[in-house]
Design a binder for this molecule. Structure first.
Ligand SMILES: C[S@@+](CC[C@H](N)C(=O)[O-])C[C@H]1O[C@@H](n2cnc3c(N)ncnc32)[C@H](O)[C@@H]1O
Length: 209
């Protein structure tokens, strides 16, 4: 079991500079998907190679993983994928990067760190102020995807997002996948592990109204 990184540590106050969409992607006009806590980026590499009509950006707080993903990206030469290092909460709160939220079509939070203890809940990536910030800037009909195998974390994330009146829960979520950032329903590494162990997965999609 790896030690979780404390996102509130001072180490993450500084943010690496993220270039403009024109510098990030070959075709900046394509719909943009953000994956928060993308770890090694395997999921995004698969998605970007499969769906060339989407741009993908992964944010990850473990610097080494981002360095490795960036080096793999240079080797393969994919131009619809980018990785940014840092605490996603700090990146989103930085006015320099508001353009990402303004433009994004969808955001996924796949199997975020659970931070079980009450006193550590503030380290969870989904926080009311983050959801409020997203709801104020995301475009109408853009989507937020959440997925976890931890029921208590799912309830917490669902409560936090549902409490924001600008997000509405989607029913029949399977209907949305074919048109989404992930039409073939590619699985993340954590999801593959959870499926192998036959654990339950809790997921939900919200639409910005
Ligand atoms: C349990 S792993 C899941 C990885 C991947 N999404 C998956 O489904 O396989 C959670 C990931 O989120 C990252 N993470 C945790 N808090 C974060 C934050 N505030 N900003 C960015 N990444 C974060 C962790 O370092 C870790 O790589």
């Amino acid at each position: 079991m790896r030690q979780h990184v404390n996102p509130l540590s001072k180490h993450f106050h500084e943010i690496e500079s993220i270039p403009s969409l024109h510098e990030l992607f070959e075709n900046p006009e394509l719909p943009l998907h953000l994956d928060i806590g993308c770890a090694s980026g395997d999921f995004l590499f698969e998605l970007a190679l499969e769906n060339t009509k989407w741009n993908y950006l992964g944010i990850e707080i473990r610097e080494k993983l981002v360095k490795n993903a960036k080096s793999k990206l240079r080797d393969i030469g994919i131009r619809n994928l980018y990785f940014a290092f840092g605490n996603a909460n700090n990146i989103f709160k930085n006015p320099n990067y508001k353009f990402l939220i303004d433009y994004v079509s969808s955001i996924s939070f796949n199997f975020p760190d659970p931070w079980y203890k009450n006193k550590h809940h503030k380290r969870r990536v989904i926080q009311p102020d983050l959801i409020s910030l997203l709801s104020n800037s995301m475009r109408k009909e853009s989507l937020v995807f959440i997925k976890t195998d931890v029921k208590e974390l799912f309830d917490y994330m669902d409560f936090t997002i549902s409490n924001n009146l600008n997000f509405k829960q989607l029913q029949n979520i399977d209907l949305f996948y074919p048109e989404s950032f992930n039409p073939k329903n590619i699985k993340t590494n954590r999801e593959k592990y959870v499926m192998e162990k036959r654990l339950q997965i809790f997921e939900r999609i919200y639409i910005k109204t």
